[in-house]
Design a protein around this ligand. Sequence first.
Ligand SMILES: C[S@@+](CC[C@H](N)C(=O)[O-])C[C@H]1O[C@@H](n2cnc3c(N)ncnc32)[C@H](O)[C@@H]1O
Length: 204
Amino acid sequence: MKQNHPHRTFFNSRANEWDSPGDTDKLIRLKNIFQKLDLNPQGNILDAGAGTGILVPVIYEVTRDPVHLIELDFSEVMLKRSKQKYEGDFHLNLHYINADAQRLPFSNQSFQWIIAFAVLPHVSDKRKVIQEWYRVLASNGTLLILHLMGSKELNQFHSAVGGVIAHDHLPAVSSFAETLQQDGYQINLAIDQKDLYLIHAVKE
Ligand SMILES: C[S@@+](CC[C@H](N)C(=O)[O-])C[C@H]1O[C@@H](n2cnc3c(N)ncnc32)[C@H](O)[C@@H]1O
């Protein structure tokens, strides 16, 4: 992994202030989405671009079966914050991997689920990353791409923040779903509205 990747430096610099009081509302929204859409992550789950682990309590609440959850991020400071929060929760099968989501240190077909929450715009080569995720997904494994905003709103937000993330672009769901299909995914759900971007895709 490149030591001086500008995005990695950016997220490392934000990690200690990443969690905020607004996260309570985010957690409620996330749990509602999983429950309403009957999303039941199971088996080995990769949380790609996990940050400080906001998905951890969501996944353990909505899942019906024991899972192994791999928290992966290229920002080691984000992962450190996450470890501080969940350390001591011995009932959680949590594992931490500091790596680039575009070059995963896992063998083929390692995961039943990959959840990419709020990470895709920041990945420079989106085609490469979905091919890499396809490689590590088991047959019939699920890829869930999720944002709590639509693509238009998110792209405006990134432009307003500026700096290193100014041009981090989330493609409209229709065009990105097509790209996923070309790379062998079946699309079960594709939503792009003001307050939600969600693609539920299955490796065929
Ligand atoms: C907007 S934050 C979202 C974090 C978390 N999912 C959340 O919603 O709180 C994006 C995260 O993706 C990570 N990230 C961005 N590009 C990455 C890459 N190529 N490989 C691994 N992690 C990456 C960043 O370090 C950051 O923690």
